[in-house]
Design a protein around this ligand. Sequence first.
Ligand code: FE
Ligand code: MN
Length: 361
Amino acid sequence: MQKSFTVGNKTFVLDQKKAEQAFQEKRIINGRESMTFNLLPLKYNWAYEIYKTMKANHWEPEDVIMNRDIEQWKDEGQVSDIERWIIMMGVGYFSAAEGIVGDNILHVIREKVTAPELKLVLGRHAHEENVHADSLLYMISSLGINPHECEAMFEDIPTIVKKNEFVTRHSYALRNDVDLTITENKQKFAKNVFLFGQCMEGTQFYGMFGMILSLYRQNKFRGIGEMFRYTLRDESNHIELLRNLFMDLIEENPDVWTSEFKEDLRSTMAEAIELEKEFISDCLPVDSIGLSKTEFLDYIDYIASRRLEGVGLEPLVQNAQNPLPWLAEMMDIKKEQNFFEGRVTEYQKASSLEIESDDDL
Ligand code: FE
Ligand code: MN
């Protein structure tokens, strides 16, 4: 099938068959390079759908009012030392973590995938990590926290150092040219996608999300809580994006999915859980009002089980129960839409284009 266009004395012939073949060769990895910037026709519809959802969720840190948070931060009578420490640990951990995720998305994942719709949504993902990093800058400067203190936390709080090292060591190894036709290298890449999506963003972010939202529920640091709610909504999309990417990668590369590899991923999650539990213990050396350390530790087992099941892996703890049902309500991806309903609309652009996600694209 060929179509020719004649313009003046020139004729251009377009070969539909060749274009269709290029489309057939769209892949998560090792796809046809000539398709690099050609979004249509879409093969990974879910990627474009998530991209549209992400765009509609746009938010700006500076739109959040911080007056009350500033007042509480300065007044000994309004919040306790432990509550202030949780905020310090939150800004200390996330200031580094958001950047680490964004950097890995750009320099490892987006770099290695070959389908353009994946590059599109991953570019948005990296942008959102910038917004999150910027929100922490806004929190730090609003509260008047010394930025050097925040920087020092990356180096001086061992549980933060360990959480960061756990993810960066799996990222730097993949920054050079890696031959992704070799099973072992494909597994390294798949592990990176699993580690960042399910272990880090999906599990290791949730101890702090839980603690900050517990404070929010008690009307403490509502501005910070609001920013974390927006961040959490974004993270839900990131986890789902990287979960879909992982599942399609496995489907296209069944050689990756060996029983040894599955066990490797489960033990990686076990390590993530251990590090997160140590981190929570540093955030909450003693229980505080409405904040029970044991409940947060159990919550991590629960959320990690959900992440493992989400990618078809056996959970590490059988029948883990959710000790914080109110938190599940806030964090449930499907319910989140209602949870945020009030504010989301303010940021939604009325012009967002409706495109059918099916085969016609
Ligand atoms: Fe983030
Ligand atoms: Mn994220």
